[in-house]
Write a protein of this length. Structure first.
Length: 206
């Protein structure tokens, strides 16, 4: 038993509903998610799920309730949580271009809490007092560091695979930078299945 990546297609209503809900919740007090929600309001595109390979997605009412491990196993056994698949997806994007970047919001963090982190990810930047974002660039290849940047630390969280000329360190210079990331976004990923997996969307504007 292990986690795997499943193609959902463009018309999976359960996946699209969770993307919209997740972005809407994060947009409540995060400018970045608000921009994404507005920019891709009418977008379509393929969606994928990272989830345990023993599950039948067609039997699920929605993609936000918890997934039980197979009978006789525990959630902590190797392969249950989707770390490897998400990190592999991120690494593939980072290899796609010299200016590729992966940006993940830390919905549970604030500028104040970053001062007490014992082991922060390799790069992060704040926007105002309540928005903290982690960044992974092509020069970062250590799996643990990538995990620390992209794995969900909250039930709601937005991550994107994008590109930009200059990645900030410590402070996001302004909304112009966020607009660049949104404009260049190739994939959006969010936690799903109550923390047991992820959804990935490649939005295309029509």
């Amino acid at each position: 038993m292990k986690s795997a990546v499943f193609e959902l297609g463009e018309d999976d209503k359960k996946a699209l509903a969770l993307f919209q809900e997740s972005l809407f919740v994060c947009a409540h007090n995060h400018v970045f998610s608000r921009m994404l929600l507005a920019h891709f309001a009418t977008a379509r595109g393929p969606m994928f799920a990272i989830i345990g390979d023993w599950h039948n997605l067609g039997e699920m009412v929605n993609y936000d309730y918890p997934i039980s491990p197979p009978k006789g196993s525990t959630p902590f056994e190797a392969g249950f949580y989707p770390r490897e698949q998400l990190v592999a997806f991120v690494k593939e994007h980072l290899r796609s271009a010299a200016d590729a970047v992966v940006m993940s919001e830390n919905w549970g963090a604030s500028r104040k809490t970053t001062s007490i982190w014992l082991w922060p990810p390799p790069r992060f930047a704040c926007f105002g007092d309540d928005e903290v974002y982690h960044f992974v660039t092509p020069d970062i290849t250590d799996t643990d560091m990538i995990e620390a940047s992209v794995l969900a630390s909250h039930h709601w969280q937005t991550g994107v695979c994008s590109s930009c000329a200059d990645v900030p360190d410590g402070e996001i210079p302004g909304e112009g930078f966020l607009e660049e990331i949104v404009r260049n976004t190739k994939h959006i990923f969010i936690p799903a299945f109550d923390g047991s997996g992820y959804l990935i969307w490649t939005p295309c504007l029509t």
